[in-house]
Design a protein around this ligand. Structure first.
Ligand code: R5P
Length: 300
């Protein structure tokens, strides 16, 4: 097997170290800082010549900064003779702007993927990446794309905490989330799963509707991202209006912006589980194992 080098970006170095440990490799040393005028400086201070470099960079909260940093690291790795350069983006930003909703808008996910292509990144590994209008990232990213899932680990953890049993209904809060609900249900042997419908009117304004039969049943909601929490709060209301009981919620990427956790807790939604793609106080599950497998599937 060709040698693997893990280069930790500055967004989520602990996850990069966990991945490196799972793969049994020493993480590269990367010096990342700012010049006084705030431009980024990067330097890979390890031998990458002839090796397969994997830059680990989540893109939460400061996506623009982390994208530029990844492009600089990719450039440095290539110039230093890396045989391949891949980007491991546990949380891949800009995926939700995957359509021109209004004339004049950018299709951001395509623009960002284009930057990765232009910088010679040959493979992209993501975790439960937002896929709604663009289902296959290969349509915007020219290299090899692998999406791994933490839904099974999240759901198994929830089951171990008594939040899911074989009679629970796994619910996706919108049509796109049926894919997460299916994976989650199958991973713990739950038979019933389904999805609600969502209409978005603004950044924090969503309406969830749907006709799942949840009367007298326990529900567990799964989604790829919780950002403002609006989607989950609306789904929770619909579930209780329909006579169901929400036992908990899991997401791959817990952004929890604009006091989302406070709002969720205020609505009585306190059992919330997320992964370490975006480290936060609800993180219970690591994506390191799934990502390591993704890396190994590229470097055979
Ligand atoms: C979009 O459809 C995603 O799958 C999530 O449902 C969405 O990002 C959640 O956003 P928020 O928490 O702001 O409602």
């Amino acid at each position: 097997m060709s040698e693997i080098v893990i280069v930790p970006g500055s967004s989520n170095a602990p996850l990069a170290f966990l991945i490196a440990r799972r793969l049994g490799v020493k993480p590269a040393r990367a010096e990342i800082r700012r010049f006084p005028d705030s431009e980024k400086y990067v330097r890979i201070d390890s031998d990458v010549n002839g090796k397969n470099v994997f830059i680990v960079q989540s893109m939460h909260f400061k996506p623009d900064e982390y994208i530029i940093e990844s492009l600089l690291l990719a450039s440095a790795a290539r110039d230093a003779g890396a045989s391949s350069v891949s980007l491991v983006a546990p949380y891949f930003a800009y995926a939700r702007q995957d359509e021109r909703f209004k004339p004049g808008e950018a299709i951001s996910v395509a623009a960002v993927a284009g930057l990765l292509n232009a910088s010679g990144i040959s493979s992209l590994i993501t975790v439960d990446v937002h896929r709604h209008r663009i289902l296959d990232f290969s349509s915007v990213f020219n290299g090899k794309w692998i999406d791994v899932s933490v839904m099974p680990d999240l759901t198994k953890y929830a089951a171990s905490q008594g939040l899911i049993n074989d009679k629970t209904v796994i619910v996706g809060p919108d049509g796109e989330a049926i894919q997460w609900a299916k994976i989650a249900a199958e991973s713990v042997g739950v038979k019933e799963y389904g999805a609600l419908q969502k209409k978005r009117y603004g950044d924090e304004d969503v309406k969830v509707s749907g006709s799942l039969d949840l009367k007298g049943k326990n529900a567990f909601v799964v989604d790829d991202i919780i950002s403002t929490g609006g989607t989950i709060i609306e789904a929770s209301k619909l579930i209780s209006d329909g006579g169901g009981k929400l036992k908990g919620v899991a997401c791959a990427h817990g952004l929890f912006v604009n006091e989302a956790l406070y709002k969720l807790y205020s609505e009585g939604i306190t059992e919330i589980i997320s992964s370490d793609t975006v480290p936060n106080q609800t993180t219970r599950v690591s994506s390191a194992e799934a990502l390591s497998k993704g890396i190994l599937s590229i470097v055979k």
